[in-house]
Design a protein around this ligand. Sequence first.
Ligand code: ADP
Ligand code: MG
Length: 240
Amino acid sequence: MIRFENVHKSFGKLEVLKGIDARIAKGEVVCLIGPSGSGKSTLLRCVNGLEDYQSGEITIDGARIDAHAASIHRLRTRVSMVFQRFNLFPHRTALENVMEGPVHVLKQPKAQVRERATALLERVGLAAKIDAMPDQLSGGQQQRVAIARALAMQPDAILLDEPTSALDPEMVGEVLSVMRALAAEKMTMLIVTHEIEFARQVADRVLFLDGGRIVEDGPAREVIGSPRHPRTQDFLRRVT
Ligand code: ADP
Ligand code: MG
């Protein structure tokens, strides 16, 4: 469903992605791991058209991602993104945050969106917080609102960039369990994470990115349990 073919991306003279080849099938959960600065966020942002790339191709169901094309807005509604810092609208309630995209971007009828948004907030365990403002919610609750907001767009895939990295440790579990539930429902997800145990248990595949190259790509249990590449071995030794 998402396909990278020899993708190169530079910021000025700094080459950040050095020929990325990868595929993510529908219903697959892929965790992207790697050291800080290896290009993980950039890779995700290219899929969503938040960054352009210089050569190669990223396609979603065959449609080429081009950050400068008029069609990028439509493509962006098909892959929702969840950020490390939840980025909720501070002056809107949890429910309004979830309704925003479907109502204002997709132009769907409000009553119908409200019903679906309410159900999504229930699904992430926030039925009691529908009318809460973001600053009345914990980090874990805000991140769950952000996931509900991503789901409200009825995307084909969700990209999550270190969704638990900004959370206090006691809140990490509640966000991981929402992702675990989505994985069980076969939501296509590309997740940048440092939660190695989560990746081992939940991901179908793990990609290890180092210095702008995917140096290892395989079943989660293999890449994490018995990494082949010395760089992966070294990284995993340091983070686990
Ligand atoms: P990761 O998410 O793996 O930590 P990033 O994708 O954020 O890595 O960054 C990869 C490299 O690209 C880093 O060297 C970073 O400094 C650089 N970089 C990221 N965004 C920009 C930008 N907007 N302009 C210039 N350099 C950037
Ligand atoms: Mg990053």
